[in-house]
Design a protein around this ligand. Structure first.
Ligand code: GLY
Ligand code: MN
Length: 465
């Protein structure tokens, strides 16, 4: 937890954004795994964590915009809790750590909210993403479950996005801690992939353990596979074979819930063959050109298309694409190879604030989301501001079903050498992802530099695990 002034200041800034009413921010409750008392690792709601900092399940925070007051609701622990979990601080002591003076038992929240409703004051809340939160909001607000999400406050969503997307120095330091953990995860993954014959699960499990040992849990389920043509491949059952590339897309959380999101792709066995090196270098060129273009004032969508252009140029050199690069990108021909966006914002959620609606976070009045295949998947399109933290994650994938589909539909015949593409159907995929801070003068790549040139990767892999 940061010191209490951080949370007080965040709530003060929110009070400047919202005219009237209250914000009701429910923390998460414990979620059961296979029977009630056997629970998953507790993960606090990121918005509750941002404004109140407390890591306790079953708490709620209220920010009263009319009366400039903040409240924490939570139940004090009883002797049973103490017996099983040790001595626990009182709710009032916990609230003090977040700079909140007004506290009450959670059992009192229903009456508190009912009184606000009776006064006809607006109750702002954010869109819930867990069943328990929907049920609780439904009961507190007198809405059906189905009515809860649509009733979320757009005024609060916009205000929270405005505050949270600009990261403070302390937040950036947290994200850098998470990237440094990812450094250990990824260099371990590389060294383990130097040994063919190993099952992917062994590597995925080992690097998940590194995250837990050095920080918190992984920031999303690890993507690790030599079938990297499947973009989010969570199956780790393949035996690693020389000739395949292994994608590892994995990040960690810190104790304060800040995340990293890094992808590296390496040749099983530790040496790139000629075909792998050629395609890898194109993705790396796109990654570095995109990073280098980052600066405030530029729309991220422009940088996305810049990266797509680098990919088309490279694939033309490899004989896989043809024609005019600009026309190919405008037509969307690159989407056969990179059917996703260049990146997204990051923070306490690895796709920062995605629960508030991707378009509310990555787009605005000046930047409307594309609707066509591929480009529509770009999560961040709007103008960059100093203090944004985002990912740059271009890729090239040879997805046999997509190749067949586009070819059968006669798509992009002027830009794609399909006969050549056929010979890559066994290739898999490559993605390279880094976490970047937008600075006044441009950008800063966050954390300890994780090897990504062909030479640096081969060097790491020359020391197998
Ligand atoms: N790293 C996974 C993703 O960004 O979707
Ligand atoms: Mn990502």
């Amino acid at each position: 937890m940061f010191n209490k002034e951080v949370y007080t200041k965040r709530r003060e800034l929110l009070k400047k954004e919202i005219k009237s009413g209250i914000a009701l921010i429910l923390g998460n409750v414990d979620a059961s795994f296979n029977y009630p008392a056997n629970v998953y690792h507790f993960r606090q709601d990121s918005h509750f964590s941002y404004f109140f900092g407390l890591e306790n399940p079953g708490f709620a925070g209220v920010i009263d915009f009319d009366n400039d007051k903040d409240y924490i609701f939570g139940n004090d622990f009883d002797i049973d809790d103490v017996i099983w979990m040790g001595v626990q601080p009182k709710v009032a002591d916990l609230a003090a750590k977040a700079g909140v003076k007004n506290t009450a038992q959670y059992t009192e929240i229903a009456d508190f909210i009912a009184a606000i409703k009776n006064e006809g004051r607006q109750i702002h809340f954010l869109p819930p993403y867990r069943g328990e939160t929907i049920i609780e909001l439904s009961s507190l607000l007198g809405l059906t479950n189905a009515e809860v999400k649509p009733a979320a406050s757009m005024e609060l969503i916009k205000a929270v996005v405005k505050l949270k997307e600009i990261k403070s120095d302390a937040e950036v330091a947290e994200i850098e801690k998470a990237v440094d953990i990812a450094y250990e995860m990824h260099t371990t993954s590389m060294r383990m992939a130097a040994t063919p014959g190993r099952v992917e699960q062994e590597i995925a499990g080992t690097i998940e353990g590194i995250s837990l040992a050095l920080g918190g849990p992984v920031s999303f389920p690890i993507i690790l596979s030599q079938d990297g043509q499947t973009l989010h491949n969570h199956h780790h059952d393949k035996v690693l074979e020389v000739g395949r590339m292994m994608v590892t897309d994995a990040g960690a959380e810190t104790h304060n819930n800040y995340t990293s999101d890094i992808t590296r792709t390496v040749p099983v066995g530790g040496k790139f063959n000629e075909r792998q090196a050629e395609i890898y270098q194109i993705v790396l060129d796109a990654n570095m050109a995109a990073i280098d273009a980052i600066k405030p004032g530029l729309k991220y969508r422009e940088i996305h298309f810049l990266a797509c252009g680098v990919i088309v140029d490279g694939l033309k050199k490899a004989g896989i694409m043809k024609g005019n690069t600009k026309a190919a990108v405008e037509a969307g021909a690159h989407t056969l190879f990179m059917p996703h966006g260049l990146g997204h914002q990051m923070g306490m959620d690895v796709h920062d604030m995605e629960g508030l609606g991707e378009n509310n976070v990555g787009y605005d009045e000046d930047t409307v989301r594309a609707t066509e295949f591929g480009n529509a998947y770009l999560r961040l399109g709007k103008e960059l501001k100093t203090g944004f933290v985002l990912t740059v994650e271009p890729g090239i994938y040879f997805i046999p079903d997509l190749i067949d589909k586009f070819r059968n539909e006669g798509k992009y015949m002027d830009f794609i050498n399909y006969d050549k593409v056929e010979t890559y159907k066994d290739f898999g995929g490559i993605r390279i992802e880094d976490d970047i801070l937008v600075t006044e003068g441009g950008y800063r790549v966050l954390g300890k530099a994780i090897p990504k040139t062909i030479k640096d990767i081969e060097d790491v892999m020359s020391n197998p695990l």
